[in-house]
Design a protein around this ligand. Structure first.
Ligand SMILES: C[S@@+](CC[C@H](N)C(=O)[O-])C[C@H]1O[C@@H](n2cnc3c(N)ncnc32)[C@H](O)[C@@H]1O
Length: 285
């Protein structure tokens, strides 16, 4: 495993208890993204669906309802703690049509042409080689079937992220990332992920902008706690600050969060790109 892959995975591994703790909230906040992915990948009852980079188990657990008892959903993630949490969630929900396995996108433990649809929500930006990952996803997809990815559009258009990040950055210089490094905003520019799909050999690549709201039925204070728990990177940064500065960060963030607090709890306008492709129905020569 490369050093880059190790770093990416150890970042996710440290956070698995919080992803499991907040799983239902995450499912609720990103339900519009899940719906767009399942619609665009044309998931229907009886389908075999693959969810790549499933994390705490979504969209896989949501897809389980769509495919029904005659279908099957498999979620994969390279982080064992994520997969253990997803398995526990499926057991607690009494689901019989889901399976969760430890695997990376670029080495899927399935025979060619196994799936009727594939989805990946906020995962492809962390693949060491997105082209290799998409190519491997195409290998296990049946000809004529679709795959759909969700990635964040520009940070400026996503206050769920920037309301916190911009304030923290005032106190701690953000680390400059090498070009195209794994990061939440790696595919924020329209066309970038679509060109990865083209390079990997997907047919009919397409992209659409999804505008939705991230709704979390929480108080401002509880939302702050949840965001701190959910992001190890943020937690680590704030922990490095002297007590006075970390208090100042919290005060400023809470002030900004208040702008997004409604009678129903927190509500952030959000923008995500949905990028889709198809496995060519014609045999490749
Ligand atoms: C932002 S989380 C998304 C989790 C989930 N899909 C969701 O939307 O809630 C990103 C996930 O990508 C996974 N990941 C990182 N590198 C990966 C790789 N090479 N192949 C598959 N998944 C990977 C991480 O372990 C993590 O669970």
């Amino acid at each position: 495993m490369s050093q880059l892959e190790n770093e990416t995975l150890s970042r996710w591994s440290g956070n698995t208890p919080y992803w499991e703790k907040h799983r239902e909230l995450i499912q609720h906040m990103f339900a519009p993204v899940t719906k767009a992915l399942l619609d665009d990948a044309e998931v229907k009852p009886g389908d075999a669906v693959l969810d790549v980079a499933t994390g705490a188990g979504d969209p896989a657990l949501s897809a389980a309802d769509e495919v029904g008892p005659s279908g099957k959903v498999i979620g994969i993630d390279p982080v064992p703690g994520m997969i253990e949490g997803a398995r526990r969630a499926a057991a607690n929900l009494g689901l019989k049509n889901t399976q969760f396995e430890i695997a990376s996108a670029d080495a899927l433990p399935f025979p060619a042409e196994s799936f009727d649809a594939e989805v990946s929500r906020f995962g492809v930006m962390f693949f060491p080689s997105p082209v290799d990952g998409v190519r491997e996803m195409l290998r296990v997809l049946k000809p004529g079937k679709k795959l759909a990815f969700a990635v964040w559009h520009f940070l400026d258009n996503n206050p769920f992220h920037h309301s916190l990040a911009r304030i923290v950055d005032r106190y701690i210089e953000p680390t400059a990332l090498p070009p195209d490094a794994p990061d939440a905003f790696r595919f924020d520019s329209p066309g970038k992920l679509k060109s990865v799909l083209v390079e990997a050999g997907a047919a009919e690549p397409a992209e659409s902008l999804l505008r939705f709201s991230i709704d979390a039925p929480l108080s401002v204070e509880d939302f702050w706690t949840m965001r701190m728990e959910w992001s190890e990177k943020l937690r680590e940064k704030i922990a490095k600050l002297p007590a006075e500065q970390s208090r100042a960060v919290k005060e400023q963030v809470i002030r900004v969060f208040n702008e997004y607090h409604t009678a129903r709890g927190m509500s952030f306008p959000a923008e995500v790109l949905i990028v889709t492709g198809m496995k060519s129905p014609i045999a490749q020569v």
